[in-house]
Structures are given as C-alpha cells and as structure tokens.
Design a protein around this ligand. Structure first.
Ligand code: XBP
Ligand code: MG
Length: 252
C-alpha cells in the first residue's frame, strides 16, 4: 500500500518552457519574429529584449502588450496579436517538428525513474494547448503525463496558482503530496500560492533571477550541475527521485 501521508511524494508537476526544455530563445522567440515578418511588421525581438518581454506570461498577452507599447490602439493591438499568435504557433510547431527541441540534460532520465517508481507525472504550463502535447510527445515519447494543464485550461496565468491547483485537482491530490519543478519566478510564485513545495531549475533566461520561497535552487538536473552549486546535501548527486522525496518530506 503506497504511503498516503502528505509527506510522501505522490506526484511531480513540471513546468514546460525552460524547465523540461530550453524553448524560449531559439523556439518561441524566433517563431514570434517569423510571425512579425509574415505580417509585414518591422518588429524583431532580440535575445536580450525577449528576456524582458518574458515578464508578461502568455504569448498572445505578450504580443498585445508589446503592440500597445509600440503605439497600436488597444483594440487594434488585441486583434493583431490574435493573428500574430496563430502564425507564431504554426512556426513554433514547425520548430518542434524540425527536431531542434531537446530535453534539458538529465530530465528525461528523471522522468523515466519517476515513472518506473509509479509516481504520477503532470505538466502545468502557460504555453498553448496547440503545441504542448506535440512537444511532450516529440521530447518524451516513452513518458506518460497523467495530467497536462496548459494556458488554455485556466482563467488566470502564472503567477496565479490556478494551473497548479487544477493539476492537483485532476491528479486527485490536495496540495499535499505533490512537488512542483519550475524555472522562473512567476512559475515559482504560482506553485507556492498553490501550496506546493517547488524545486527551481534555473534556465538560460532565469539564471540571475531571485526565487524567494523555493525549496531548493539548482542550475541543472545532473550531478555535474549540482555538485559545485550551493545546494542541500541531498541534491549533490543531482535531481534524483530520492532528492524529490526528501524535498517533499521536508515541506511544511
Ligand atoms: C512559458 C510562457 C509561454 C511561452 C510562449 O510558459 O510564458 O507563454 O513563452 O508560449 P511556461 P505561448 O514556462 O509556464 O511553460 O505563445 O503558447 O504562450
Ligand atoms: Mg517556464
């Protein structure tokens, strides 16, 4: 009989962009720029500029805000953003099919071990339902995600906790028993607001961010990432199932 106590690890809920794969700089950002080009617009998002734009969660919302800041009237900005986002999503799907997307080093092995030990896996992302399942299948064809919550499933995007609350509900869990894995401050805030302990695996765009309330912060999943990082001893061998169990058990 599996341990049903709240302290036991009963599920792991992963963020997608930046956490499972580095998708933002060469995937999403280039897809946005291809959409601007398709629409004959002069805008192009550079690598550094996009890092600042990521503060607005949701690609369509990111476009709407940017267009308004470029002087487009709010109603026009919303309409233009909707069309641009459809084009961007098509380009991002092509990027996924082009096999450029790669899992972050070590995360596939962690997913396999979690699955081998019978621990349910879920995803809670701001990303669109149009591409999330396709990316997961392309990267992790042998992994079953029991629950996939996307930005289209929730009324409020991260840092609101809705995505994690919905994932826990669909897993049949209260907040007790699950651990969240995130790469960004809004994602961490969403997980904490949902009552979940959260491991932060920093990504290219969030390396220098601050993560108040994180249960632990690591630069990657591998022992070569964590051995020299300022991490609790149980993470020195990398992000293992045992480390996630320890992190869950230590949560209040
Ligand atoms: C990251 C996001 C998404 C992507 C773009 O989501 O904020 O908006 O940047 O994808 P997470 P869409 O880190 O929660 O996975 O254009 O489909 O929104
Ligand atoms: Mg993310």
């Amino acid at each position: 009989m599996p341990d049903q106590s709240a302290a036991s690890l009963r599920a792991v809920i992963f963020d997608v962009d930046g956490t499972l794969a580095e998708t933002e700089r060469d995937g999403h950002r280039t897809a946005f720029n291809q959409a601007f080009r398709d629409h004959g617009l002069p805008y192009r998002w550079g690598v550094d500029e996009y890092g600042l734009l990521l503060r607005t969660p949701g690609g369509r919302q990111r476009l709407t805000r940017y267009l308004a800041e470029q002087g487009h009237h709010e109603i026009e900005a919303q309409a233009l953003a909707a069309g641009l986002h459809r084009a961007k999503t098509d380009h991002f799907l092509a990027w996924i099919r082009g096999r450029a997307a790669r899992p972050r080093p070590g995360v596939h092995a962690l997913l396999r071990e979690l699955q081998h030990q019978g621990i349910p896996l879920a995803v809670a992302t701001t990303g669109s339902s149009a591409w999330v399942p396709g990316l997961l299948t392309r990267l992790f064809a042998d992994i079953r995600f029991a629950v996939i919550v996307t930005g289209d499933d929730v009324a409020r995007l991260k840092p609101d906790p809705h995505a994690y609350q919905l994932a826990c509900s669909r897993l049949g869990l209260g907040a007790g028993g699950a651990v969240a894995v995130e790469d960004s401050p809004p994602g961490l805030a969403a997980a904490i607001s949902a009552g979940l302990p959260c491991l932060v695996v920093t990504s290219a765009y969030t390396r220098d961010d601050r993560f108040p309330g994180a249960s632990a912060i690591v630069p990657g999943y591998l022992a070569t990432d964590t051995a020299s990082a300022a991490v609790p001893g149980f993470l020195r061998a990398g992000v293992t199932v045992g480390a996630l169990r320890r992190l869950r058990a230590a949560a209040p």
